[in-house]
Structures are given as structure tokens and as C-alpha cells.
Design a protein around this ligand. Structure first.
Ligand code: AMP
Length: 216
């Protein structure tokens, strides 16, 4: 059993690394951003409620996010452990996660904190593109799709997420500083925090992630 939290600002590369790590070690990848976007796409009540917050670059309410996480932990897919990506994002979520894991006789093993400077974050987020079908990630400069706006993997259309527009990006970074960054100290005080240099190639960062986890 391995339960990890990937913490860091939007654009730090948590999603890419979480997906890779989870596939390699065959544990579940739980991204609240992906779960919320799915809920928005299928038009559920929860999705409609979350969309208002997401469009403004604000955080969705804690209760709503916790309901999604509970569902994930009930199923069998996360029984070998999970990488929590983009969650928790508030102190209330962090406390609720510890409590929930305890009920399942689990606990967080490690929190990887991805460090990237703020100019680089803005560059990554504003150039980020995503496949609307399969979720594959691209960047207009460093990793563009090979065939115009078609996804290399599934041929779906590659688009810019609504909340990667510049004005929303600014608000997401501010929300991170105010509500999520305090979790750095919260987890440091529990000796769970491991900083990871989030700059470099995807492969370089992936190697640092594996090293940080295996040192544990
Ligand atoms: P992400 O893909 O992780 O950047 O998330 C996209 C958006 O979904 C965020 O800007 C929030 O509006 C919402 N969101 C994702 N995860 C959370 C969370 N743990 N708590 C609250 N809102 C979230």
C-alpha cells in the first residue's frame, strides 16, 4: 500500500508526473481536477455546481470535493494505494483526507512538493494544451501535437482548457498562494514533506520522484 500526495502550484507538472508514477507502480491516480471536469462534462448536479468556481479559477467547495474522493476510496481501484493529484488543496481537505484514510486503515506515506518558479509556471500554463478526448497533455513550444490540433494518441481535438486563459491563470495562482501553500508547513510539521525540483525534462523530474519515494 502506497498513498502519496503530489502538492504544488498549478502548472508544476503534478498531473503529468502523477499519471506516470501511478501507471508504473500500478496504483490509482486520483486527480480532483480530472474528476471535476468529468462531472462538468456529464452535466451532473455536482458538475454544474463546480463549474461556476472552476471558470473563475476558484476552488470548488470542500464538501463537494470530499464526496468525489470518498467515492474513489470506496471502489476497488484504489485498494493498492493512490497518488492524490491536486488534492488536498485546503487545510480542511487535508484533515478530512487523513480522517478518511484512517477509516480505511491507511495513512499518507509521503507528500511530494513540486517546486517551480513563478515565471516558468505562467509560461507552462498559458502554453498548455490538452486533448479534449483522452486528456493527453501538450505544450505549444516544448511538446506540440505532431498533426496540427489533432491528438497524437487518439486523433481527438487538442484545445486550451478554459481555465488556462491568462486572467484565470492569475486567479488560480493567487488562490494557490492563499489556500494551498499553507499545506507545505502543515505536512512539513508531520515530517511527510519531500521537496522535488520541478524544473527540467519530464524524464528528469520523473527520476527525482522515484528517488524521493524510494528513499522513504
Ligand atoms: P486542476 O486540474 O487540478 O488544476 O484543477 C482545475 C480546477 O478544478 C481548479 O482550479 C479548481 O477550481 C478545481 N479543483 C480541482 N481540485 C480541487 C480541490 N482539491 N479542491 C477544490 N477545487 C479543486
Amino acid at each position: 500500500m502506497l498513498d502519496l500526495v503530489f502538492l504544488g502550484p498549478p502548472g508544476a507538472g503534478k498531473g503529468t508526473q502523477a499519471k506516470r508514477f501511478a501507471e508504473r507502480f500500478r496504483i490509482s491516480h486520483i486527480s480532483t481536477g480530472d474528476l471535476l471536469r468529468k462531472a462538468v462534462d456529464c452535466g451532473s448536479r455536482l458538475g454544474r455546481e463546480a463549474k461556476e468556481y472552476m471558470d473563475r479559477g476558484e476552488l470548488a467547495p470542500d464538501e463537494l470535493v470530499m464526496a468525489l474522493i470518498e467515492q474513489q476510496l470506496e471502489g476497488r481501484s484504489a485498494e493498492k494505494g493512490a497518488v492524490f493529484d491536486g488534492f488536498p488543496r485546503t487545510k480542511a481537505q487535508a484533515e478530512a483526507l487523513s480522517e478518511l484514510l484512517k477509516q480505511h486503515e491507511r495513512s499518507i506515506d509521503l507528500v511530494l512538493f513540486f517546486k517551480v518558479d513563478s515565471e516558468e509556471l505562467t509560461r507552462r500554463l498559458s502554453g498548455r494544451r490538452v486533448c479534449g478526448e483522452c486528456g493527453a497533455l501538450y505544450h505549444i513550444d516544448s511538446n506540440p501535437p505532431q498533426r496540427g490540433s489533432r491528438c497524437d494518441h487518439c486523433g481527438g481535438e487538442v484545445i486550451q482548457r478554459d481555465d488556462d486563459r491568462e486572467e484565470v491563470v492569475r486567479s488560480r495562482l493567487k488562490v494557490y498562494d492563499e489556500q494551498t501553500a499553507p499545506l507545505i508547513d502543515f505536512y512539513r510539521s508531520q515530517s511527510l514533506l519531500r521537496p522535488v525540483d520541478g524544473e527540467g525534462t519530464v524524464d528528469e523530474i520523473a527520476a527525482r520522484v522515484v528517488e524521493a519515494v524510494s528513499r522513504q
